[in-house]
Design a protein. Structure first.
Length: 365
């Protein structure tokens, strides 16, 4: 099972886990260890994943960090765990700070089982940064973030490659935060940057107030236009560069039979499977893994909706995604093609319909 499928399946259990798991130890067993296993680590091998790693750090004797992932017999990643419902705060990571300065580990993770904050020493050598360079949450499984997370998996872990990318991730994250602030409330320096280039007169207080409003409006309009352009390109099957593109699906599809072409015989031209549809597909695949082999689950896109099929058979529709409108909708169908429509505020809301998905899937098993 791919990492994204394993994580999505784990995420589908979060609502129940939040009600029952209250302790740090419970969080380790229910969430943190499964995440490490999804990344390819043997949590039961003490030479690979060391629990309760103990060492003397300065005047502190018998200091412990919850887990250490070893690489070539040396500490590579330090992990400090908190209880599931705990709010992560850098003040909770005192052990990580001390260990980071005294071990060969170059990465540290602070986690409550749901959120994972990754730290390194970008600002000063051997001193853990105050801010994470990368964050991942089981409540927001984004394909792009999973790609970054995979770099920490056992099979892909390359110290230098991750370090070279860490500073870019950290600074881009901070720049996006600053841009968000400027979008919501343009600073005086930001306003002056543009005002000086379009206005040749003196920037009086009245003019500054005027340009503060104009810059904010222009910035938001530009962002909205870019978003609209990308959505239109997606609907038209055109990439941002102007070329036609097709987004591949995760599972390779077998050749369709004659009966499978009856609905989509003329619908393949110009169809683009969007990132939202792919993310939704992975979530559904993970949920249904409880009752059916994920290898039997495929996605088939059409102009009007994106479908998820059992055995790539159009007579076995597990669900459909109607994401082309502003309102995202999950559609379930029985054998008579009666529809049950479920409105979604976001893609992750699909997890709330896990029981319905499983119930409808059993119709075709």
């Amino acid at each position: 099972m791919d990492i994204i499928d394993s994580l999505s399946q784990l995420a589908s259990r979060l609502p129940r886990l939040k009600e029952t798991v209250q302790t740090e130890e419970g969080t380790k067993n229910a969430l943190i260890m499964p995440v490490l296993q999804a990344l390819g680590y043997n949590v039961f091998d003490p030479f690979e994943v060391v629990p309760e790693y103990t060492s003397d750090v300065g005047t502190k004797k018998g200091e412990k960090v919850d887990y250490v992932i070893m690489k070539d017999g040396k500490p590579a990643i330090l992990i400090e765990c908190k209880a599931l419902n705990a709010t992560l705060n850098i003040n909770h990571a005192s052990q990580l700070y001390r260990y980071f300065a005294c071990t060969e580990a170059r990465f540290a993770i602070l986690t409550n089982g749901v959120e994972y904050q990754f730290y390194t020493d970008i600002e000063a050598p051997n001193k853990m940064d105050d801010r994470p360079f990368f964050e991942f949450s089981l409540e927001d499984i984004d394909a792009r973030k999973v790609t970054e997370l995979k770099k920490f998996s056992k099979s892909m872990f390359e110290l230098e490659n991750i370090l070279s990318n860490a500073s870019e991730l950290k600074y881009k994250k901070q720049i996006r935060h600053l841009l968000t602030q400027e979008l919501e409330s343009p600073s005086e320096d930001f306003v002056r940057l543009f005002a000086k280039q379009v206005y040749g007169g003196t920037l009086t207080q009245e003019r500054r107030n005027q340009f503060t409003t104009l810059v904010g409006q222009a910035f938001r309009e530009w962002v909205n236009n870019r978003v609209s352009e990308r959505l239109q390109n997606a609907l038209d099957g055109v990439s941002p560069g102007g070329e036609n593109r097709v987004v591949p699906v995760t599972s390779p599809a077998p050749a369709p039979t004659e009966e499978e072409t009856e609905e989509t015989a003329t619908e393949n031209d110009g169809i683009v499977t969007t990132e939202d549809e792919l993310e939704a597909y992975h979530i559904v695949r993970a949920i249904l893994a409880q009752v059916v082999d994920p290898k039997r689950i495929f996605t088939k896109d059409t102009r009007s909706y994106c479908g998820v099929l059992l055995d790539y058979n159009v007579r076995k529709p597990l669900c459909r995604f109607l994401f082309n409108n502003k309102q995202k909708t999950l559609i379930l169908l029985d054998k008579e093609r009666n529809e049950k429509r479920i409105s979604l505020e976001s893609i992750v809301d699909i997890y709330q319909s896990a029981e319905d998905l499983i119930e409808y899937a059993k119709i075709y098993l």
